[in-house]
Design a protein around this ligand. Sequence first.
Ligand SMILES: Cc1ncc(COP(=O)(O)O)c(C=O)c1O
Length: 364
Amino acid sequence: MKIDFIDLQTQYLKYKEEIDSEISEVLNTAQFIGGEKLDELEKNLASFVGVRHAIGCGSVTDALLASLMALNIGYGDEVITTPFAFISSTEAIAFLGAKPIFVDIDKDSYNIDATKIEAVISERTKAIIPVSLFGQCADMDAINEIAKKHNIAVIEDASQSFGATYNDKKSCGISTIGCTSFFPANPLGAYGDGGAIFTDDDDIATKIRIVLNHGQNDKYRYKYIGINGRLDALQAAVLNVKLKHFTDEVNLRDDIGSRYSDLLEDAEVIIPKIAQNCTSVYTHYSIRVKDRDAMVEKLKSKEIPTKIFYPLPIHLQEAFLYLGHKEGDFPISEEVSTQIISLPMCPYLTEPNQDFIADAIKDN
Ligand SMILES: Cc1ncc(COP(=O)(O)O)c(C=O)c1O
């Protein structure tokens, strides 16, 4: 039996008729940028999350960039985020000339440790970007409270948590701005790059829309310096179909994630800890093991694919050495990055395959 790390083919075959028909509609109308498909998607995304505005964009990297730009964040400003994450949050901050200020992660959730945030807030701090990793939201209440006290914005990077809940609120709808990625491997994945920005703030939404379209507020009139960060109609068409089935897939993800945890309960690994007030969409089912190389090899010998998210924390990456950090500065991020390993996960992982993976992990 062949096990995929993420099985996108089975999902496509399940919705093939709907997806093919939506795609051919776009081809027939030749409306490739903006238009009805995007309007429909934005309306449905806003209603799914429960916010006033959802804005499609080219990727979450564009989403984070446009959000920071809409908040006038740039040279001399500081933005707090974590070093154990995908690069986009730090990349967007640095790209605008602002300074990424790292806070270590919590050892159980792998998300920003909210208890360590206040210690790094300065007069220059303008925002916090918590990255909701692996499928579970960061501790947004605690983060929002700190942000409110210091009058700064919170931008959730919810690329991996879209569909998850925090105190019954949906990820992307719990902060000043929520950003998600429709990268194909994510729970709501497009057939190429894509992302979305969510907010209840009308002024921020208006500015973000302008920034994502070259800063253009009228035909060939440019109010701000912007970017080309639009979501194209073909991706919107695919996402419209997938969003219709998304809640079912989120439920399947929850079942499969919980089943993994039951199967691995007695294994010598650390399984994900989901906070009581949270649900996870298990974008990645990630466990911690002492001897990761041996585990990767053991699973590989049984043709079980694994991935490592992420092997080197951002403060130790060559591009960010200019920040002056060294090994030991963020010990939990550093330790987790040597032990973390993600297992095959998607709504269509079969029980026999999951049993096979769990048995292989437990096999000595
Ligand atoms: C947490 C996180 N941030 C950022 C990204 C980058 O997304 P994109 O390729 O849409 O810019 C990803 C990709 O999935 C991600 O998981």
